[in-house]
Design a binder for this molecule. Structure first.
Ligand code: ARG
Length: 461
């Protein structure tokens, strides 16, 4: 049944009806739609706009619909124009005339603006919980591998020694920023739009603070045109989801590299790996690759939202119905990716010996060798840098490393060298000495992991 039947003489063309309908997407908001309607009806009753008895009848009727939808006793009509139409129609079918009073002083335009906010509020809370779980896993792993030496890379070339724990904590930092960004978006979304009407508010003496309070909003929209046509929060959440996907895809790319035969830094648990239908030896990191791949669709959702809103005149336009598919897909995809990623990281085997061997083989202590000449022998850094470069060339020529190059060879290049150089360039020393705040020394990594775990714990209280 169409809500807007009176003006029309004909039923909508069935294919056009399908095209116009948003029920396949917005039925996911049935709970929020009903909660919003209950709050609206309660407010109408309290303000004397409808009779108290009718308001109670409406709330009761809506409770019944919610219970029946939850239990599966009531199915959503796939031909309904949208969830708002369906719920109102069902209510009227159940309670008669009182149901027809629910939409007093309300439009689907402010109703949908409310429903999307209520839905995203819950979805974002679920994402936040997952992100926090992931950060905790990263911190615990970082503590466990706080002293595990591995090569740090720039340009994908071995650069300087770090610890695996330090590497993991870099991702914890990114995710903490993501959490705070989501928190921020939620604050701006915390605005109750009911009362904006179709676009121009209403002549009924509403008390919008009652509705806001009942629905747990801390603010009320201050301009009716903006109230119905603001979708900034959808774009913001899609952006936040996109940036999280950037972070997840970077991490997944590293997992793919690390579990390759060339690196062998980690091994993924069988439960989170896949095989090949033809190559019996294969153990593939499909999950990590799929997460990396799915980042693209989340960026697509953000682009869809931005281009959908661009150039829209005030106030509501039907274009905006496209908001839900995009923003829900962004949060759903994100949740879907985090679900296997967290246990996959938790269960992976870390091959500390392989990490150490890679760190020992790539002259990643060359900077420390130069620093030794500066600190112990008083050479200017630029001279020390040049000498060390010559030593590296000599090592390559002889098939040796800085650790195995004999002292005579050191002294032939620069007579200032003595036995002390071997201590200065030991990987443990190189890493352990980097105690500067934010550096990879094992004690730092432990302290950082503790700090972050403490932050999360504090928030949970
Ligand atoms: N299904 C619509 C949407 O998602 C609800 C609002 C409809 N309003 C209207 N005037 N057609 O945006």
């Amino acid at each position: 049944m169409k809500l807007w039947k009176g003006r029309f003489q004909k039923e909508a063309d069935p294919k056009t009806n399908d095209f116009n309908s948003s029920i396949s997407i917005d039925s996911r908001m049935y709970r929020e739609d009903i909660e919003g309607s209950m709050a609206h009806a309660t407010m109408l009753g309290e303000c004397g706009i409808i009779e108290k008895g009718e308001s109670e009848k409406i709330v009761k009727g809506l409770q019944g619909i919610l219970a029946d939808l939850d239990s599966g006793a009531l199915m959503i009509d796939p031909d309904a124009e949208d969830i708002h139409t369906f719920v109102e129609g069902e209510l009227t079918a159940r309670i008669g005339d009182a149901g027809k009073r629910l939409h007093t002083a309300r439009s689907r335009n402010d109703q949908v603006a409310l429903d999307v906010r209520l839905t995203l509020r819950k979805d974002c809370a679920a994402v936040q919980t997952q992100l926090k779980d992931f950060v905790k896993v990263l911190c615990r792993k970082a503590e466990q591998y706080a002293a595990t030496v591995m090569p740090g890379y720039t340009h994908m070339q071995r650069a300087q020694p770090i610890t695996f724990g330090h590497h993991l904590m870099a991702y914890a930092e990114m995710l903490l920023r993501d959490l705070s960004r989501l928190e921020d978006a939620l604050k701006r979304m915390d605005v109750m739009p009911l009362g904006s009407g179709a676009l121009a508010g209403t002549t009924y003496p509403l008390d919008r603070t009652i509705t806001a309070k009942l629905l747990g909003f801390s603010q009320i929209s201050q301009n009716s045109l903006d109230g119905v046509s603001d979708r900034d929060f959808c774009a913001e959440i899609a952006f936040d989801a996109s940036l999280i996907m950037v972070h997840l895809s970077r991490f997944c790319e590293e997992l793919v590299l690390w579990c390759s035969w060339e690196f062998q830094f980690i091994e993924l648990d069988d439960a989170f790996s896949t095989g090949s239908s033809i190559m019996p030896q294969k153990k593939n990191p499909d999950i990590a690759e799929l997460i990396r791949g799915k980042s693209g669709r989340v960026f697509g959702d953000l682009m869809a939202l931005l281009s959908m809103m661009k150039g829209l005149p005030l106030a509501y336009n039907k274009d905006m119905q496209e908001d839900k598919e995009a923003v829900f897909d962004a949060v759903d995809t994100l949740k879907l990716c985090l679900t296997p990623l967290i246990p996959m990281v938790e269960t992976m085997t870390v091959k500390e010996d392989k990490m150490r061997a890679a760190a020992a083989g790539g002259f990643i202590n060359a900077t420390d060798c130069a620093d030794y000449l500066v600190a112990e022998k008083g050479l200017p850094f630029r001279d020390a840098y040049k000498i060390t470069g010559e030593l590296v060339a000599l090592c390559i020529q002889k098939g040796l490393t800085l650790e195995t190059l004999p002292l005579e060879d050191y002294r032939a290049v620069c007579p200032d060298f003595d036995e002390g150089v071997y201590g200065a360039i030991s990987l443990e020393k190189c890493v352990g000495g980097r105690k500067v705040l934010g550096g990879p020394a094992p004690e730092n990594v432990k302290a950082q992991a503790q700090r972050v775990l403490g932050l999360l714990e504090k928030e949970e209280k």
